[in-house]
Design a protein around this ligand. Structure first.
Ligand code: 5AD
Ligand code: SF4
Length: 439
C-alpha cells in the first residue's frame, strides 16, 4: 500500500510542477513514506532522517533548500514527535491526509510546523488527481488499486488498526473509473489492495453493497485487462462467493496471500485472530476444491508472548499440511499501544531467532519444491520488463513467480505461454512456446 500511496503522492506533486529527481542530491523535496509495522522499520526512518538533515545543511550552505516530509504510518503514530526528534523535518503527514500535501507544504513554507494526522479518508480519493498516461506508462504493466483501507480486526500484535484507522471501502464507481484509466494507459494486471481487502464492501452506483468478487466481475469485462489479483486477505473473511470466484473468473490469478500467523489454536486465540487452525485448513481445502492449482502464501510471526515449543511445533505442522508456495516470516516485535506489548511473558531474542531459522528452513524448502515442480510445465507469463541481460525479458507466472525468457521487448504487456525449463533460487527460466496472442 505504501507503493500505491507514494505513486498517488507523486501524481499530486507533479500537478504542482514537481518532477522526479534522478538522484537524492538533486532533490528539492524528499518525502519519506514510512512503515510502522515492526520496530526495525520504524527506527530505520530516524537514521535516514539524520542523513537527510546533513544533506539539508549542505544545501543551505550552497544557498539552496531541501524540504523534508515524513509521510506514512510512522507519521501517523508519532505525529509531532517526529519533528521533535529530528528538527530538520518540515512536515509530517499521515496516510489518510496526504491528499492535502500541497496545502500543507504551503503552510510549512509560511513557517508553521505542520503535523496532519487526521483520519479524513473519505475525502482522500476524491481529492487525489488522476495520473497522466505518461505516469501510468512509467509505472509498468501491473498496477495497484486501493479498494479498502484500515482494519477493525485488532489482532493483539498489530498497529494497523491504530495507524490506518477503521475499515472503509471505496465506492465501486470510483474504483472502476481508476481501473479504466489505468488500462487505457497500458496496464494489463490490476492488484486490488487493502489492509483487509476481502472485507471489502463498497457501494455500487445503485447504492447496493458489493463484495470483492463483485469488483472482479466488473473488471473481468475489461478486454485489455488480462490478470487480476488481490492482497491482503484475512481467513475469516474468505466467503463462499470469493472462493467461487476463483473457479468462475478466468482472469483472477490462482494465487492467494492468506496470512495465518501461527498454527497453534492457543496462540491464534491470544493473537485475537478469531479463527483456529482447522478453519484455515478448511478455507485452503475449499479453495483447492474449486481451483486445484491455486498457490497459497502466508505471513508467520514467531515468538508471540507466551509461545511455547509445542505452539511452535503446531505452526510447523500447519506449514507441512498446507504446503505453501512462498511465505514471509517475522520475529514478534512488541508495538507500543498494542495488547501484546503489555504482556510480561515476552519471548527472549535467542528463542525467537532459533524459531525463525527453523521456520524459514521449512517454508523455503516448500518454496523451492513449488518452483521445481513447475519445470516442464507451460505457464502463462505476463511480461513486465526487460531482463537483466540483453535480449532477456521478465514477467510473472500466475503463481507470482518471476520468469525470465529470451525475447523481444515488444512482448512486454503481453500474456504468453512459457515452457519452464529451469528453476533457480529466486526465479524460473523458460521459453515462449507459441506465438498465440492473449493480450
Ligand atoms: N511483529 C512482527 N510481525 C508483525 N506483523 C504485524 N505486526 C507484527 C509485529 N508486531 C506481520 C504480520 C502481518 C505482516 C504484514 O506483518 O505477519 O501479516
Ligand atoms: Fe493487523 Fe491484519 Fe490483524 Fe488487521 S487483520 S490487525 S491489519 S494483522
Amino acid at each position: 500500500m505504501n507503493v500505491y500511496d507514494a505513486a498517488r503522492m507523486s501524481d499530486l506533486l507533479a500537478k504542482e510542477g514537481y518532477d522526479a529527481a534522478a538522484r537524492e542530491e538533486d532533490a528539492e523535496l524528499v518525502v519519506l513514506n514510512t512503515c510502522h509495522i515492526r520496530e526495525k522499520a520504524a527506527e530505520k526512518i530516524y537514521s535516514e532522517l539524520g542523513r537527510l538533515a546533513v544533506l539539508k545543511e549542505e544545501r543551505r550552505a550552497q544557498g539552496k533548500s531541501l524540504e523534508i516530509v515524513v509521510a506514512g504510518c510512522v507519521a501517523q503514530a508519532e505525529g509531532e514527535l517526529v519533528m521533535r526528534r529530528q528538527r530538520a523535518v518540515d512536515l509530517v503527514v499521515g496516510p489518510q491526509s496526504y491528499h492535502r500535501l500541497p496545502a500543507l507544504l504551503k503552510e510549512a513554507r509560511e513557517g508553521a510546523r505542520v503535523a496532519d494526522t487526521d483520519f479524513a479518508a473519505r475525502e482522500k480519493f476524491q481529492a487525489l488527481p488522476a495520473p497522466t498516461k505518461a505516469q501510468i506508462a512509467a509505472r509498468g504493466v501491473s498496477a495497484f488499486v486501493t479498494v479498502q483501507e484500515g482494519c477493525d480486526k485488532f489482532c493483539s500484535f498489530c498497529v494497523v488498526p491504530y495507524t490506518r484507522g477503521a475499515e472503509i471501502s471505496r465506492k465501486v464507481e470510483s474504483i472502476i473509473e481508476e481501473a479504466r484509466r489505468l488500462v487505457d494507459g497500458g496496464v494489463r494486471e490490476i492488484v486490488l489492495i487493502g489492509q483487509n481487502v476481502n472485507a471489502y464492501r463498497g457501494e455500487d452506483e445503485a447504492g447496493r453493497s458489493t463484495p470483492l468478487e463483485g469488483l472482479f466481475e466488473r473488471l473481468s469485462a475489461f478486454d485489455d485487462l488480462t490478470r487480476l489479483r488481490y492482497t491482503t486477505s484475512h481467513p475469516v473473511d474468505m466467503t463462499e462467493g470469493l472462493i467461487d470466484a476463483h473457479a468462475s473468473l478466468e482472469k483472477l490469478a490462482p494465487f492467494l496471500h492468506l496470512p495465518v500467523q501461527s498454527g497453534s489454536d492457543r496462540v491464534l486465540k491470544e493473537m485475537n485472530r478469531r479463527h483456529d487452525a482447522r478453519h484455515y485448513l478448511d478455507v485452503v481445502e475449499r479453495l483447492r476444491r474449486v481451483r486445484p492449482d491455486i498457490a497459497i502464501s502466508s505471513d508467520f510471526i514467531v515468538g508471540f508472548p507466551g509461545e511455547t515449543e509445542e505452539d511452535f511445533q503446531a505452526t510447523l505442522a500447519l506449514i507441512d499440511a498446507v504446503e505453501f508456495a512462498s511465505s514471509f516470516f517475522f520475529k514478534y516485535s512488541p508495538r507500543p499501544g498494542t495488547p501484546g506489548a503489555e504482556r510480561e511473558d515476552q519471548i527472549d531474542e535467542d528463542t525467537k531467532r532459533d524459531r525463525l531459522a527453523r521456520l524459514e528452513a521449512r517454508v523455503e524448502a516448500q518454496r523451492r519444491a513449488f518452483n521445481a515442480a513447475t519445470v516442464g510445465r507451460t505457464l502463462e507469463v505476463l511480461f513486465e520488463k526487460q531482463g537483466r541481460h540483453d535480449g532477456q525479458i521478465a514477467g510473472k507466472s500466475p503463481y507470482m513467480q518471476a520468469v525470465h525468457v529470451d525475447g523481444d521487448e515488444g512482448e512486454i504487456g503481453r500474456l504468453r505461454p512459457v515452457k519452464i525449463v529451469a528453476a533457480g533460487p529466486n526465479s524460473l527460466s523458460g521459453e515462449i512456446v507459441e506465438a498465440r496472442e492473449f493480450a
